[in-house]
Every structure is written in C-alpha cells, then in structure tokens.
Design a binder for this molecule. Structure first.
Ligand code: LMR
Length: 400
C-alpha cells in the first residue's frame, strides 16, 4: 500500500548534518545547524546544567509521574519572568498564560494551532528571509503565510523602509512573526529606535506580535538586553505571543525544552486562554517531558546557579563574537575580494555571508565545509583552528 510513496527531500538545515555525517574526509567542517561547539569543535554541556542534573538525580523525592498538560508550574513561572522581566506589568498583573512546550518549534506550533482555532485573523506575516521551519509550522497549523521585507542584500542590513511599508499595508489584525533577537538566518536586528517604530506601527494597526525568542542571551551576552524588544511590546499593555527555546542558551538542544506565553489583557482572559491551550496540547502529545524542564527550573530558581548560568552563557556569546572578528580579520589579511564587514556587524549564532548556492556547493565539494545553501554559516561551529580552512574555501569560491 505504500509502494507509490515519493521520497521526501532532506530538511534544508538538518539535512546538512546528514550529509556531513556521511562525509569520510578528516578535514570536514559542519557550519550548518546552529549548535554551539567549543574551541575543540565539541558539543558543550554547561557546568551549571550538570550541577542541576546531579541535584535532580540525587533527590529521591522526585518521581517520573506525568506532568500536567501545561507542564512544570515552576518552569512556566520562571520562564515568563526570564523573557518579560520579573517586574513586567503583565506578570505583576497575572495576565500571562504560559505552557511548557517542545522547545522553540513546539512552542511556535502550539501558538499557531491556538491562533488557527481562536483568533479572527488567520494570516501571519513572516520576515523575508526567515528560519526555514517557520513557514511550514504556520502553514501546517492552517494559517495563511505571507512575507514582509526584512533583509536588504545590497547593504547586508535591514530593509527598514520595506519592512514598514509591508507591515503598513498588512490587513488589520494580522499576526506578525518577529525574531526577538539574533535574527536567523541573517544576524541582522532592528535597533531599539527601529523596534519602537515597529511597535507603534503594529499597535496602531492592531497587528498581533508573535515573538520567536530562540537566542535570549546569545546575541549580546545579556539576557535582559536581548529581551528588550519583547518587553517594549509588553510594556504598552497590548497582547502578544512569545515562543522561548532553551536549546541554545542552556545548551539543552535534545531535551526539547521551551515555553509558549500568551500575554492577555486580564487574568480572566489568560486563564481561559490557558484552558484552550490544554485542548490544543492534549491530542498532540498529551503532556511535555519532565527532565529538561526540571533542569531549567532548578537553575532559574536558584540565585547562585542562575548567576553561574549567565557567566557560562556570556562565555559562549563572547566566543562567537571573537570568531566573527577572527574570520573578518583573516579574510581581510588574505585580501579576499568583497566587503566582509557584515561579519562583525551581524549578531547571534549566524553570519549571512552573501555566498550563493553555487559557491556553497563548491565549498562543500572541494573543501568539505557544510553550510545551508543560502550562505548562512553557524559561527558557533567555527574555531581558531578552522578559520584558515574556511578562509581558503571562501577565497577560492569568490575568486574562481
Ligand atoms: C538552526 O537554524 O540551525 C537551528 O535553529 C536548528 C534547527 O532546528 O533548524
């Protein structure tokens, strides 16, 4: 009965890792998926995460019962505080519905399903370009997906005018997906002044913000600074949605830990929204897993562990910033044609190099360097030792 099934293509991002794993070359380098690596090219489990896991394992009172449909209560409470700020008017006013979900993707999907069922406008605007999974998440949930201009290839910066024009002509009530910080794949973020203009425009048109916050703390190294755009929208008293992931900032990739928060106008509305989120979640996966959320809650609750986390987080962010500088300096020293200053201007895990898909294919075939075909490289996958190899490949690709 399945003999007519057509083979599906690999995922544009995760498929890069599949191809990388098949390559026997000793010099191969994976700059595809956004996953942090140490200077030695190894995945990193944070010390504070190991500590929290020890506490959890040693605590015999902890059992493996089902969590509630909405997840671990402490995890939800501290996650909302982390993104909105402990002094947030929405948190103080008890008008946020937060549910634990399966990392960023799961949080976006639960939010999308909720909107498709309960929100009057089933249209979402996503930036052009955006993370490859975004259009699929929203379309699969039944929303219509349109794009708004975001990146300007000519300046390798923000197309702010285009963004304002496109959101300005969006129908009232449309949902708008915003990357809270460290835009993926471009590494280009609006300034705070530009965010303020975006906020005013969106509120004046009744557009509903849906933040994807996958890199809080990773962009600048400061958890508060990276949450600033989200907090600006919450401070004005209006509604918004926020999807949080702990994949990158706590290195909990495979634990699939995240949260969806919906900021409402009143406590009563928030509790009704939460009741409906339960109806979305229960038939999808019943309730979320306990281990990762327990690690996060343990760290966020304890001042000492929280502080240790911020130090380790800053070290990861700083290593990425230093890789940007090293790559930029090495390209300049090599005399590689082109203005590479965007490498040090862009922020977060990725550099949008400007290399086209043929150049990427050339680098993969000839240099065993793996990256997404849009020219995005994960700076977190690079180290001082591998910069020269990457520079050789880029130089050859742009001068052939
Ligand atoms: C990425 O963009 O590389 C990450 O967000 C990982 C993923 O799931 O695509």
């Amino acid at each position: 009965v399945f003999s007519n099934i057509v083979r599906a293509p690999e995922d544009p991002i995760l498929g890069v890792t599949v191809a990388f794993n098949k390559d026997p070359s000793p010099i191969k380098l994976n700059l595809g998926v956004g996953a942090y690596r140490t200077e030695e090219g190894k995945p990193l489990v944070l010390n504070v995460v190991r500590r929290a896991e020890q506490l959890i394992v040693n605590d015999r009172s902890r059992v493996k019962e089902y969590l509630p449909i909405t997840g671990l209560a402490d995890f939800n409470k501290f996650s909302a505080k982390l993104i909105f700020g402990a002094d947030s008017p929405a948190i103080q006013g008890n008008r946020v519905a937060t549910v634990q979900c399966l990392s960023g993707t799961g949080s976006l999907r639960v939010g999308a399903e909720f909107l498709a069922r309960h929100y009057h406008q089933r249209l979402i605007y996503i930036p052009l370009p955006t993370w490859g999974n975004h259009p699929k998440i929203f379309a699969t949930a039944g929303l219509s997906v349109k794009t708004y201009r975001y990146y300007d290839p000519a300046t390798r910066g923000l197309n702010f005018q285009g963004l304002l024009e496109d959101l300005g002509s969006a129908p009232s009530g449309a949902v708008v997906l915003l990357h809270a910080c460290a835009h993926n794949p471009t590494g280009v973020d609006p300034t705070l002044e530009q965010w303020e203009q975006i906020r005013q425009l969106m509120r004046s048109k009744g557009l509903l913000p849906f933040f994807d916050s996958a890199y809080q703390g990773f962009a600048s190294g400061s958890l508060d600074a990276d949450a600033q755009p989200v907090r600006m929208f919450v401070a004005d008293g209006g509604e918004c949605l926020a999807a949080q992931s702990y994949a990158k900032n706590m290195g909990l990739y495979g634990e699939r830990v995240g949260a969806l928060s919906i900021v409402c106008k009143t406590t009563d509305v928030a509790s009704r929204v939460e009741s409906q989120l339960k109806l979305v979640i229960r038939p999808m996966y019943s309730s979320p897993p306990i281990h990762g959320a327990s690690i996060v809650a343990t760290i966020l609750k304890d001042r000492d562990m929280y502080n240790e986390w911020t130090v380790e987080l800053k070290a990861m962010a700083d290593r990425i910033i230093s890789m940007r500088k090293q790559l930029f300096d090495a390209l300049r020293a090599r005399g590689t044609p082109g203005d590479w200053s965007h490498i040090i201007k862009q922020i977060g895990m990725f550099t949008f190099t400007g290399l086209n898909s043929e150049q990427v294919a050339f680098m993969t075939n000839e240099y065993h360097i793996y990256m997404t075909s849009d020219g995005r490289i994960s700076m977190a996958g690079l180290s001082s030792k591998t910069v020269p190899h990457l520079v050789d490949a880029i130089h050859a690709a742009v001068t052939r």
